[in-house]
Design a binder for this molecule. Structure first.
Ligand SMILES: Nc1nc2c(ncn2[C@@H]2O[C@H](COP(=O)(O)OP(=O)(O)OP(=O)(O)O)[C@@H](O)[C@H]2O)c(=O)[nH]1
Ligand SMILES: [Mg+2]
Length: 256
């Protein structure tokens, strides 16, 4: 039976391409497949296409911007995508865009990040000769982009969708994707599984918090009992000392 584990199956790599509108998602799909499989005029729905790249069989799903489309796109990925290619252009990335992106991605639970590779398009805008390197781009962007990079464990790649003949960029990207799939034990992303794991974690966290509060209360009660006993012992000592100094009326109490 096909259990979806890539290392076990050793066959088709399923990739879901997603990201904001007009950032080059369909163009990336075309670059990977080496043909015009997806329409780049915009406004088209979610589509799937199969092909081969760098000796690897691919199933690519090119998603369209809307929330429900994202769920539809997941369904088109058969059992689920091995990796999600999050496409962003090499441009300024605002706080607002970052918040919208995070909310949209986490519709698929925060676990989605461990299956996500960030792909920067507009690689042709870089010009190392003119001092416009990727490093400088990163240094010039705000912390919001670094947050996204961190969430993807800095797994990212820059492409120029306009140079389809440059197959090295495709090979390098697929190598990064495969590294990530290996890190995930060969397993694909499954929304159902991720939701279950999220629920499990929330439940465990709640139980741990309740236990911690309960133990805290018990410790507090124990501590106040010890305080009372110490205070009692101290009073007894004072009474005995007073009796020894000749206050006989206290003797019956102190001898008890
Ligand atoms: N210069 C340059 N232009 C690009 C690159 N990638 C995409 N484009 C252009 O950007 C425009 C949008 O590309 P698409 O691939 O249709 O973008 P998309 O994200 O699929 O767009 P929607 O599906 O409408 O959200 C097109 O005119 C592309 O030719 C790139 O790497 N460099
Ligand atoms: Mg498109």
């Amino acid at each position: 039976m096909d259990d979806g584990n890539l290392q076990v199956r050793g066959s088709e790599l399923r990739l879901l391409v997603l990201g904001p509108s007009r950032v080059g998602k369909s163009s990336l799909g075309n670059l990977l497949l080496g043909r015009q499989a997806f329409d780049t005029r915009g406004g088209w729905g979610t589509e799937a296409a199969r092909g081969e790249a760098s000796g690897r069989c691919l199933l690519l799903v090119d998603s369209y911007g809307k929330k429900l489309e994202l769920l539809g796109a997941l369904i088109l990925c058969d059992l689920g995508p091995h990796a999600l290619l999050l496409v962003l252009p090499l441009q300024h990335f605002s706080r607002r865009e970052s918040a919208a992106l995070q909310a949209r991605m986490e519709l698929l639970t925060p676990r989605v990040w461990s299956h996500t590779v960030l792909v920067f398009t507009l690689g042709d805008k870089l010009d190392p000769g003119q001092g416009r390197t990727f490093q400088q781009y990163l240094e010039g962007t705000g912390e919001q982009l670094h947050w996204v990079l961190g969430a993807c464990r800095y797994r990212c790649h820059v492409v120029n969708n306009k140079t389809a003949q440059d197959r090295v960029q495709v090979t390098r990207l697929l190598e990064k994707v495969e590294d990530q799939v290996t890190e995930n034990g060969g397993w694909h992303f499954s929304l159902v599984m991720s939701c279950r794991m999220e629920e499990e974690w929330t439940c465990r966290e709640r139980e741990a918090k309740e236990r911690w509060e309960r133990e805290g209360q018990e410790k507090h009660q124990e501590a106040s009992l010890m305080d009372n006993m110490a205070a009692y012992g101290h009073s007894l000592l004072i009474l005995r000392q007073a009796a020894a100094k000749g206050f006989p009326t206290l003797m019956p109490v102190c001898q008890g």
